[in-house]
Design a protein. Sequence first.
Length: 197
Amino acid sequence: MSVNAEVARVLYEIGELFTIKGDRYRSRAFLTAAQRVSSLTEDVRRIHERNELTEIPGVGKSIAAVIEEVLNTGESSQLEELREALPHGVRDLMELEGIGPKTALRLHDELGVVSIEGLEEAVKAGKLRALKGFGAKTEENILKSIEAHRMRAGAFPPRRDSPRHRPDHLPHVQVRSRAQREARGLRPPKEGDHRRP
């Protein structure tokens, strides 16, 4: 996992969380910055060492500060603050691979899901199919993600009928703990023009 991809993931999740808050300006800025960082051909650490983070297209001073914090600590205080503001249960759902802030919030608001166990019950009851954009493939991917999460946590041994491969695609991807970040990839947002925050 490259450092560029890890930084881009942080920026991407921040952008998604600002989308949830209705802050289109900062959402667009962070999502575009995530795209720019993920497409860099040079290690972002080298750019930081030259004090040239703001030379990256779409990266202003505030986003450069986030990148610097991630490079120095592996975490982002801004991301943590945004996560803390999420409704009860949404953060737990985001622990699943492929469940980003927007998807987690939608499951919470539209189905009343507040836990991973509750999500599993909803999937098995076929409730997700009532939501626009969710179908059999999404259900299958979510169940795979739940099982993978349990195996990582050491909560349950793998079942004989459990899938052996991770899903190739899930609706959203985001950053969490350092260990979890190593197993996740960024689905970059579309590029768009914007002012630097």
